[in-house]
Ligand binder design. Sequence first.
Ligand code: Q46
Ligand code: ZN
Ligand code: ZN
Length: 304
Amino acid sequence: MKCRTCGDGAVLELRRHNAAFCRDHFLQFFRRQVREAVRHYKMFTPEEPVLVAVSGGKDSLALWDVLVEEGYQTAGLYLDLGIFDYSVESKARCEAFAAQRGLKLIVERVADALGAPIPMVKQVTRRPACSGCGLSKRYLMNRAALEHGYPVVATGHNLDDEAATLFGSVMHWQTDALARQSPMLPSTHPKLVRRVKPLYRLTELENAAYAFLRGIDYIVEECPFAKGATSLAHKDVLNRMEQASPGAKHNFLFGYLEKARPVFQRAESVTLNECTSCGQVTTGTLCAFCKMADQVTQRTGGAE
Ligand code: Q46
Ligand code: ZN
Ligand code: ZN
């Protein structure tokens, strides 16, 4: 296997691109994909400070690393979900990453904002951990960005994540989710920051290779609640299709973004209000996060 660019020994073969690369040319390929994502969706400019949501995993730390390398002004945001050892470990990786590079890391505890850590929220609300967790992450990312003056939040979602989410939304024909699925969600309200996914053109494997080749120390274990999540079943289906026909995942996602999303987008228009309790943006009167926080306070307060 030889590098497509220089003909030296390759370290990685990318079947969907019908190419193999040596270390340096893979890193170059990776950065080019990120540059193309940022350019295509006008995600941010070099003048704008970017808040990078980091979980301690390969994707988000690779994202932070590549944005720093590309010369962007960044700070990290770590949300401490309070999920046992997983949270302790993943926070330590983010702190070490930031300290080694002299970068700013903002840490927020979900328990401070919500009244309880995620495992307790799961019990109290009797909903899957990921539902309260996902809601809290979106809410706190936006709030932290507003409070600290960042116009944009970047997350480490990769091609596999995005294709699996799309697959899930299609399976249930969730037209609202389909309309929102994009590598770039613009700010549609003064209290809503832009959300971007600069790694959407790169697969999980490519991010892992990048993190490895750049010597990034990331947490390999997954969140204990990730097991059995339907998104994993969807990834599995897509991986099998990819095996049979390299590029299938890419075509599924990119085809949607180019051809079908505009249709769903036109169909879904919502009015945004400010939550009567916390002032963040909601489509109703009280936002979903405040409703959940009330539920947590009531139930945990009642137990004491
Ligand atoms: S952290 Fe939270 Fe994930 Fe854990 S509880 Fe689910 S959503 S799996 S990316
Ligand atoms: Zn090469
Ligand atoms: Zn609220």
